[in-house]
Design a protein around this ligand. Structure first.
Ligand SMILES: Nc1ncnc2c1ncn2[C@@H]1O[C@H](COP(=O)(O)OP(=O)(O)O)[C@@H](O)[C@H]1O
Ligand SMILES: [Mg+2]
Length: 242
């Protein structure tokens, strides 16, 4: 469904991503793990055209995109089929939960009635049907992140990207967000998740990509990675965080 080949990216002459290749199939939950500063966020941002890669191609559904010369049209097509959940939610503070969720749908010229129906359904899926009229400031961090997830769900994406969706949250609130994500995984949603949550990587994801210093060290099934990693560095990392 989504394939990346040979993605590289430098900032000011320093290469932060080196020849990254990976493949996401329909229904996969891929976790991208590794130490801080390794390039995980940059990879996700390059894969979503929030950042321009210097080299590499993407195959997405039936299209092949050259990352360096991607066009506006290619980006908007990609965005119509994908969602992105940020570490800090990125909600509009002056809009209610429901308005945040429907905003993107209305921008796509979907009728107010249909958008609100889809918005309420999405909020219901993340357990927030009673919070439609609340503003972000009236919600906990965990609830705000669930609104952000509902916003992506409402658009019925084929794949959702998450960049450390729980790293700004206390343990309890982390759990409520992970529960929603686990449910999405069970329902077959295709997800690519940058995370430090090793329990999620081990028990919910089916594919693990372990990165360090801008490179993929090991890419394997979650079972293989955690039970019998091929690389010495992977073993060390698992010992350290596991
Ligand atoms: N906009 C930017 N300009 C310059 N350097 C950046 C920028 N964004 C990230 N970097 C650098 O790229 C490297 C990878 O960062 P990042 O992708 O945020 O890592 P991770 O998400 O794994 O912690 C780091 O050395 C970081 O300082
Ligand atoms: Mg990061």
């Amino acid at each position: 469904m989504l394939e990346i080949k040979g993605l590289s990216k430098s900032f000011d002459g320093t290469e932060v991503l080196k020849d990254i290749s990976l493949q996401v199939d329909k229904g996969d939950v891929m976790t991208i793990i590794g130490p801080s500063g390794t390039g995980k966020t940059t990879l996700l941002r390059c894969m979503n055209f929030l950042e321009r890669a210097d080299a590499g191609i993407m195959r997405f559904q039936d299209a092949e995109i050259r990352l360096k010369t991607v066009t506006k049209k290619e980006i908007s097509r990609f965005r119509r089929h994908t969602g992105f959940v940020f570490q800090n939610y990125n909600l509009f503070l002056n809009k209610t939960a429901l308005q945040n969720v429907t905003e993107g749908l209305l921008a796509r010229k979907i009728s107010k009635e249909k958008a609100e129906k889809a918005g309420r359904e999405a909020l219901d899926r993340v357990g927030l049907s009673d919070k439609c009229a609340y503003y972000p400031a009236q919600l906990s961090g965990g609830q705000q992140q669930r609104v952000a997830i509902a916003r992506t769900l409402a658009a019925d994406p084929d794949i959702i990207f998450f960049d450390e969706p729980t790293s700004a949250l206390d343990p309890e609130l982390t759990e409520e967000v992970l529960t929603v994500m686990r449910k999405m995984a069970d329902e077959g949603m295709t997800m690519v998740v940058v995370t430090h949550e090793m329990g999620f990587a081990r028990h919910v994801s089916n594919k693990v990509v372990f990165m360090e210093n801008g490179k993929i060290v090991e890419s394997a099934s979650a079972k293989k990675f955690f039970e019998n990693p091929a690389e010495e560095r992977s073993k060390e990392f698992i010992r350290m965080v596991g």
